[in-house]
Ligand binder design. Structure first.
Ligand SMILES: NC(=O)c1ccc[n+]([C@@H]2O[C@H](COP(=O)([O-])OP(=O)(O)OC[C@H]3O[C@@H](n4cnc5c(N)ncnc54)[C@H](OP(=O)(O)O)[C@@H]3O)[C@@H](O)[C@H]2O)c1
Length: 277
């Protein structure tokens, strides 16, 4: 099976490179296209994928097509394509729902939220399908995504919050670690930011492995580290004053951002149906 990737920014490139790196597909079965051709050309030169002449050419050569443009470019790109009904379209965009995609494509559509950490063949890809995606198409898509990390099916009601945990979290965690390191250096300047950073990165990796490999609950790991009345227990008490409220504020903000994006997508759909009338 050939797959297509349209849009080679951060996500499109990550998917193309990670599929090749994982060897789940041969590079010559990956056809790519980007508005600025140099990105496709570079990917072809480095990985041996096929650079399509246009988005339409990608769709003619591939059965499963990932749309990896910014959210407000997804429906315009899709409208510009002439697609047979069996083509399986996968959008990776936030704010564009399965129902939105179905206003343009009569065939099978899926929504996938990938994550940058899948370049390390880790992380969780979230997915949801339309009813028109058959078992074989689901199987193909999940085989690809499972090769670059874990997969998690999510309901429409869960996807926005889960997106923050899977796809925004690498950036958020980097911000939290940066803040942690900066505070350490403010307290002890001679430690230096590079030493603080390297201690934290290795600690985060070990923490993730411990939680995952020993299937520990967060509370179980806390119990292992925080002795009664000790420094870590006190530290958790200090963090509990600000962290829960901070995270609630984060989710309130991201919900508002998602709502604003969805409103813009609905406006696009409305304008398109006005044009048709
Ligand atoms: N970044 C993340 O961590 C992340 C995670 C999950 C989901 N997503 C979703 O992934 C999507 C892409 O995000 P991104 O961060 O990869 O964005 P990005 O870096 O801006 O990449 C978008 C790419 O789409 C290309 N493009 C735009 N219009 C096109 C067209 N008509 N035909 C072909 N290519 C076109 C752009 O080409 P040019 O080179 O000409 O600009 C650019 O390379 C978004 O919808 C976002 O919601 C992102």
């Amino acid at each position: 099976m050939r797959i297509g990737i349209i849009g080679l920014g951060s996500m499109g490139q990550m998917l193309a490179k990670s599929f090749c790196k994982s060897a789940v597909i041969q590079p010559e079965h990956v056809v790519v296209f980007n508005r600025t051709p140099a990105k496709a050309e570079q990917l072809r030169a480095e990985y041996g994928v096929v650079a399509g002449a246009s988005a339409q050419a990608v769709c003619e050569q591939a059965e499963l097509i990932f749309l990896c443009t910014k959210p407000l470019d997804i429906l315009p790109v899709l409208r510009g394509l002439s697609l047979s009904a069996e083509k399986h379209i996968v959008s990776v965009a936030a704010g564009v729902s399965i129902a939105d995609l179905e206003t343009v494509h009569d065939g099978p559509v899926s929504k996938v939220i990938p994550t940058v950490v899948s370049s390390e063949l880790h992380g969780v890809s979230l997915y949801t399908h339309s009813d028109r995606v058959n078992a074989q198409q689901r199987g193909h898509l999940l085989a690809l995504l499972s090769a670059i990390g874990e997969v998690q099916e999510v309901a429409d009601t869960e996807i926005e919050t889960a997106t923050i945990l899977s796809s925004s979290a690498p950036g958020l965690l980097a911000g939290i670690l940066d803040s942690f390191a900066q505070a350490a250096v403010r307290k002890t300047p001679e430690l230096g930011i590079e030493k603080a950073r390297s201690i934290l990165v290795e600690t985060m990796l070990g923490t993730a492995l411990l939680l995952k490999n020993e299937q520990l609950g967060f509370d179980q790991l806390i119990e292992r580290v925080a002795t009664k009345g000790g420094i870590t227990e006190e530290g958790l008490r200090v963090l509990a004053k600000t962290l829960p409220g901070g995270f609630d504020e984060l989710f309130a903000m991201t919900a508002a951002k998602h709502a604003a994006l969805k409103e813009l997508v609905q406006k696009q759909i409305g304008e398109q149906s006005d044009e048709k009338e």
